[in-house]
Structure formats: structure tokens, C-alpha cells
Design a protein around this ligand. Structure first.
Ligand code: ADP
Ligand code: MG
Length: 557
């Protein structure tokens, strides 16, 4: 028994498995592993209930591998997983844990890849099949005997499988296996439909539950930020400037929102991509691979699309849209703090969602403290710090290696070293401005929108009956006139739609357009006073989101 695997050795796992674990570096079994491994080794059926990130894969893979006979070249274990990505993850885990088991083969069976090689691997005696239900049923239709030797069955993420509509497929699969098999079911939640399956297909299963309290890994630092919905994109951009992240997942609720936010981030120079249910499996895998190897730093995802992603370099989770329930919150933030690293999770909360924040705090048993939106000065400081950190290590040796080139360039261009250094800075910062005014203009935020001052007033019971629609508009920029359109958030208008329309049809430069404020039933745009009448005439017939823009000068009094 090695010291590293002490906790595992006491559970009765096979010596080959223990030595593989030493190589992987697991020190102690996680709670679900500690409880499930002896039960599975004993041959009992089992239901394991635990959240994402609790180590369920090893909880079933280790005991099953301990029991498999690698000398028998026939399928002995079947693991069902809801998606191709998860099936591949589980298959990889089995391969890792069986490194010291010569003759043991694992086959992953999923849709979108040719069936032939999968069937061949099964026929050649892969002892472990990891499959998505849909594709496995396709195989059963061709050969009803493929599962006739299965002794161990695992349903991983059973609740997700049912959500994805695999109920009927599961029934077909159950029928194709010997009834003498051992069955194990893992699920984050146990809705009625899962209990019904367990009732019908498991034999006196032992029920193991890891309490919700221990779900949120303590290594994840959580915080929330109060914000109005129309300021979310700007808030994300500001946060990204000051948060020191490696890779990040941002969660939103809709497919469209994944696309919108990802392109807003890309436009600012971030290596970002969207991940949603419409994206084809192979493309999806490419996105995750890119996130792993650093070709991407940010993935904007919906809950379903991000499920099971295990990328150790994810340091941050941004909950841009509120999750639907505390469980998905826990799932989401479990994408960070992987493999024993630290993680940080930020939750954007609009005033109406404060309730949900309280529910999340109650369920996770942790306080999610409030942070403030970084102001322009902090953004600027962060930019300069990044630049300093990047350049400082080079200063020492660069003069020796590049000094001559500098002399040559200043001579050729006929400029001072200072002017040349400034030009180089402009280039390395991609023209990103490093002055306060520009930071403000690029990522404008309506004062008070960070929520706190206004919200606090409400909480303290002071009179603040002022409806959102009549919130005082912010002070007007110099030389600008405020214009109003009757199109607002309820018409599906976002600031970038208005901006796009005015830029295109009005022939203005981006800098000419000031703040854009989107309200529920109208929007305000700041335009140059100079030539305003001409501009409004030009925009007379412009339509945005299929509706007439009808921009008018807006007089507040
Ligand atoms: P789940 O299926 O519950 O979401 P996984 O099985 O995917 O969780 O495990 C989550 C992460 O924890 C993986 O990166 C895995 O390698 C790691 N892990 C699992 N068990 C241990 C352990 N005993 N010690 C350290 N890391 C572990
Ligand atoms: Mg899992």
C-alpha cells in the first residue's frame, strides 16, 4: 500500500487500479467514492445522488475495473452517458484508471461517427462499452446480441438522459442485457421518472446521497454584482478587464445570447466562442478542445451545452444570466475549481432576481458576497498593470537584442526613440486607448445602474417609487443632442442594433455617437448637435428590427 493511495486501498480495490491511481495523483477518495466503491464492489445495485464535480466517474469506474476480467474478451461493463462529450470523458477516465491492466479495452459508442469501427471494437472484445443511448440502440438494431454478456451497467447522469428524451432507448437497452447484471444509477436529481426506472430495473438498490451542502467546492470564491439587464454586456467587458483569468465560461439563457455575447467579446479582441444546443457535436468538441489548449479563452454557453465540461484551466465562471434553479447554479460554477485548483464565480443579478440569489445562498449554504462594478479608473489601472507586467521582464535583455534595430528604425523613420516606443505601444495595445475618457466612452455605464445606490434606497424603505421608465437620463455629453425612439427592449432592440442602424444609414463615425440607453418602451441616443436635423432627415425611413426607427430630438424638462 503506498501512502498516496492509502484512502483508496482501504476500500478493497484491485492492486492494478491502486497503482494507476498513484500515477494519476488522487490522494483521497471523494465522499461519493468513499461510499459508493464498497457497495459496487459488493455486487449490490445502487443509486448514487451527487452533484457535478464530486468525482462520480471514478466512483463507478474504479470498482467496476476491479471486478472485470481482462482475460475474457467480451463486453462486461456498459456505461451510458447522455452526450458524446460525456461518453468520451468517461471512456478516457476508464483508460486512465486501467493503465496497469494489460488486455483491457474500452470503446466509446456515440452518434456522428461511423458505426463500423465501433462495432468492430465491440466484436474484438472490448470489455468496457461507454455509449450514448441513441447510438447504442442503432447497434442493437443491427445485432441484438451486442449486450448479451454485460454484467455491470451504469447510468451516468440519468436525469440528463431523460431530459434529452432517451427514455424509450433505455427500455430497449435494458431488455437487451442479462437480468443477472448489476445496475448502478448516478444522478444529480431524483425526479419521479428516475425513481420509476430504478423501481423497474434495479434490484433493491442501496441509496447513497451526498448532501447538497458539500456540493459547492469551497475552493470556488463566489460573488454577485447587481446590474440592470441592459448593462450586462458592458459589465462583462469591464469585469474581464480587471479579473485575472486564464479561461472562462460565461453562462446565458438563450442560444441568441450566446452568439451576441461571444461576438461582443470577439469584437473587443477576446478569443471567445459560443456554445449552444444548435452547434453540431464535432464543432462543439472543437470548441472545448480549443478552450483546453488556449486557442480560446472564453466560451459563452447555455446550461445544456456546457454540461460536463472539464477543463482545468477554467479559472472563472460568469453567470451572466441567472440560472433557473440552485442546482444549475451549482453545476455551472462546478466548471471551475477543477482538479483541485482555485476558481472564481461571479453572478450578475438584476433587481428582480434578488430572491433567487437568496435561494442560491440557502441551498449552497454559502454567502455570495456583493462586488461593485470596476470604475473607469480601475479598468485603466488594470490595463496599465497588464502592460507593465508584460514588458517589465523584457526590458533587461531587449536592449542587447533589439537595440541596434531601434537605432536603425529611428534613423530610417527619422523619429525620436520616444516616438518609436510610443508607436510600438500603440501597436501592442492594438490601439486600445489608455486614457480615462475613452474607457468611459467605450464601455459606458449608466450611473446607479450597478444597482447598489438605487437598490439600497429601496431596501432601506425610503421612498423610491420612481418607475424605471422615468429614471432620470444621465447628463448629456458636450455638443450632443439627445434623441428618442419609441423602440425599446420590448421590441427586441439592443444598443448595438441602434448603433448599427445609425452608423450605416447616417454615415456617422462611431465616435460621433454618444451614449445609448435602452429602456423597456423607448430608447435614447446621443447624437452630434451639429448637423442633427440633416441626420434625422437621413434616418427618416430607417427601420430597426423590422420597425420604423422614427428618431426625434428629445427635450427633457
Ligand atoms: P462528476 O462526474 O461527479 O461531475 P468527475 O468524475 O468528472 O465528477 O470528476 C471531477 C474532477 O475531479 C475530475 O477532474 C477528476 O479527475 C477529479 N477527481 C475525481 N476523483 C478525485 C479524487 N479522489 N482526488 C482528486 N481528484 C479527483
Ligand atoms: Mg460525471
Amino acid at each position: 500500500m503506498t501512502q498516496e493511495t492509502g484512502g483508496f486501498a482501504a476500500l478493497g480495490l484491485h492492486a492494478n487500479i491502486l497503482s494507476a491511481l498513484t500515477a494519476v495523483g488522487y490522494e483521497e477518495p471523494s465522499p461519493i467514492q468513499y461510499q459508493a466503491i464498497p457497495v459496487i464492489l459488493s455486487g449490490q445495485d445502487m443509486i448514487g445522488q451527487a452533484q457535478t464535480g464530486t468525482g462520480k466517474t471514478a466512483a463507478f469506474a474504479l470498482p467496476i475495473l476491479s471486478k472485470i476480467d481482462p482475460a475474457k474478451r467480451e463486453p462486461q461493463a456498459l456505461i451510458l452517458a447522455p452526450t458524446r462529450e460525456l461518453a468520451l470523458q468517461v471512456a478516457t477516465a476508464f483508460e486512465t484508471y486501467s493503465k496497469q491492466m494489460p488486455g483491457l479495452n474500452v470503446v466509446a459508442v456515440y452518434g456522428g461517427a461511423p458505426m463500423g469501427p465501433q462495432l468492430k471494437a465491440i466484436r474484438q472484445g472490448a470489455q468496457v462499452i461507454v455509449a450514448t443511448p441513441g447510438r447504442l440502440v442503432d447497434h442493437l438494431r443491427r445485432d441484438e446480441k451486442v449486450l448479451s454478456t454485460i454484467q455491470y451497467l451504469v447510468l451516468d447522469e440519468a436525469d440528463e438522459m431523460l431530459k434529452l428524451g432517451f427514455m424509450d432507448d433505455l427500455e430497449v437497452i435494458f431488455e437487451a442485457m442479462p437480468t443477472s447484471r448489476q445496475s448502478v444509477l448516478f444522478s444529480a436529481t431524483l425526479p419521479h421518472s428516475i425513481r420509476a426506472i430504478a423501481e423497474k430495473h434495479l434490484r433493491e438498490p442501496q441509496h447513497i446521497k451526498i448532501a447538497a451542502k458539500t456540493q459547492t467546492v469551497s475552493r470556488i470564491e463566489q460573488a454577485h454584482l447587481m446590474i440592470h439587464a441592459d448593462q450586462k454586456t458592458n459589465a462583462v467587458l469591464r469585469l474581464l478587464e480587471v479579473e485575472e483569468f486564464d479561461a472562462l465560461i460565461a453562462f446565458v439563457r438563450t442560444k441568441q445570447a450566446t452568439l451576441d455575447l461571444a461576438s461582443a467579446l470577439e469584437a473587443k479582441g477576446y478569443k471567445a466562442a459560443a456554445l449552444n444546443g444548435d452547434i453540431a457535436q464535432n464543432q462543439r468538441e472543437r470548441v472545448i478542445e480549443s478552450l483546453k489548449d488556449g486557442r480560446l479563452d472564453i466560451v459563452v454557453a447555455t446550461d445544456v451545452a456546457a454540461r460536463g465540461i472539464d477543463v482545468p484551466r477554467i479559472t472563472h465562471v460568469f453567470n451572466v444570466d441567472m440560472p433557473y434553479d440552485p442546482e444549475s447554479y451549482v453545476h455551472r460554477i462546478g466548471r471551475t475549481g477543477r482538479a483541485g485548483r482555485d476558481g472564481r464565480a461571479l453572478l450578475l443579478v438584476t433587481p428582480r432576481e434578488r430572491r433567487m440569489l437568496q435561494v442560491i445562498e440557502r441551498v449552497t449554504g454559502q454567502k455570495v458576497g456583493e462586488v461593485k462594478l470596476p470604475n473607469a479608473q480601475q479598468v485603466l489601472d488594470a490595463r496599465i498593470k497588464k502592460l507593465t507586467n508584460g514588458l517589465a521582464p523584457l526590458v533587461g535583455e531587449a536592449e542587447a537584442s533589439h537595440g541596434e534595430l531601434l537605432d536603425r528604425l529611428t534613423a530610417d523613420i527619422g523619429c525620436s526613440p520616444r516616438a518609436l516606443a510610443a508607436a510600438l505601444l500603440k501597436k501592442v495595445t492594438n490601439g486600445q486607448p489608455l486614457d480615462l475618457a475613452t474607457v468611459e466612452r467605450d464601455q459606458p455605464l449608466v450611473p446607479g445602474v450597478s444597482g447598489a445606490p438605487r437598490e439600497r434606497r429601496e431596501r432601506d424603505g425610503e421612498r423610491s417609487s420612481e418607475p424605471r421608465e422615468r429614471r432620470a437620463p444621465m447628463p448629456l455629453g458636450e455638443g450632443r443632442a439627445r434623441c428618442r425612439t419609441a423602440l425599446g427592449a420590448r421590441d427586441g432592440i439592443a444598443a448595438k442594433n441602434l448603433l448599427g442602424a445609425i452608423l450605416n444609414e447616417g454615415g456617422l463615425a462611431r465616435e460621433a455617437i454618444g451614449r445609448i440607453q435602452i429602456r423597456e418602451s423607448f430608447s435614447l441616443v446621443e447624437l452630434p448637435e451639429d448637423g442633427l436635423e440633416r441626420l434625422l432627415t437621413k434616418l427618416k425611413d430607417t427601420r430597426v428590427a423590422g420597425k420604423p426607427l422614427k428618431l426625434r430630438r428629445y427635450r427633457e424638462d
